[in-house]
Design a protein around this ligand. Structure first.
Ligand code: TIU
Length: 218
């Protein structure tokens, strides 16, 4: 299929969609993203394109894997170096308008309704920015015979890029869906797309959602 920096060799029998951290804590006011001082409204733009991709993968009978960045209620999987970083208005574990910030089981940690997981789809809770660290993602991908990953989610340069780099190092061919990802910083999103496809696709490929859906359908 058409992609940048050159065509992506899509293999329908080996591809899965991974939707990174489309959680209320990052996308809605009063969550973790807002506590860090960000304008969270920017991330709304990724919701509809990500939902369209999810629908396309489901229709094609290909796996959809969801991730959530969150911690156990006792914070035992949250390094103090993470919780104590900087001067956010609310820290991880503090009570906020959507429950405790970035804690599993709280309303803020849930995926936004438009991108919610269907019964049977893997939902991976992860303590880090990358989805391979301290999770069962590798085993899930191996079980399903996945060799290629299409990426959607937020934020482009933090959890999406970190996971894409982890996957690339593990031998997966990675394609980032351009409109289905967003950053609080437009210049960081643009830079991430550029650095992924630089140097002959050093991290992978990027392509518009419509081209991915067309190739999946074909
Ligand atoms: N702060 C920020 O841009 N992102 C994160 O902390 N997590 C994810 O990207 N999911």
């Amino acid at each position: 299929m058409r992609a940048l920096p050159f065509d992506f060799p899509l293999k329908r029998e080996a591809v899965a969609l991974i939707v990174i951290d489309m959680q209320r804590d990052f996308i809605e006011p009063g969550g973790f993203g807002a506590a860090l001082g960000n304008d969270v409204t920017r991330l709304q733009a990724a919701v509809e394109p990500a939902a369209r991709l999810i629908a396309g993968f489901r229709a094609a009978g290909r796996p959809v894997i969801h991730t959530r960045e969150c911690h156990r209620p006792d914070l035992s999987d949250c390094p103090p170096a993470k919780r104590l970083r900087g001067a956010p208005s609310l820290r991880i574990g503090d009570p906020g308008p959507m429950g405790r910030i970035l804690i599993a089981g709280e309303p803020g940690a849930e995926i936004v309704p438009a991108c919610a997981a269907m019964p049977g789809e893997p939902v991976i809770d992860k303590p880090g920015k990358g989805a391979f660290y301290a999770t069962k993602l590798s085993e899930i991908l191996e079980t399903h015979g996945i060799r290629q990953l299409v990426f959607a989610g937020v934020t482009t340069e933090v959890c999406v890029q970190t996971t894409m780099r982890e996957a690339n190092d593990r031998g997966y061919e990675c394609l980032l869906a351009e409109e289905a990802t967003e950053s609080y910083f437009p210049e960081f999103k643009a830079a991430t797309l550029a650095m992924i496809r630089a140097q002959g696709g050093i991290v992978g490929w990027t392509a518009p959602v419509s081209d991915i859906l067309e190739a999946l359908d074909g």
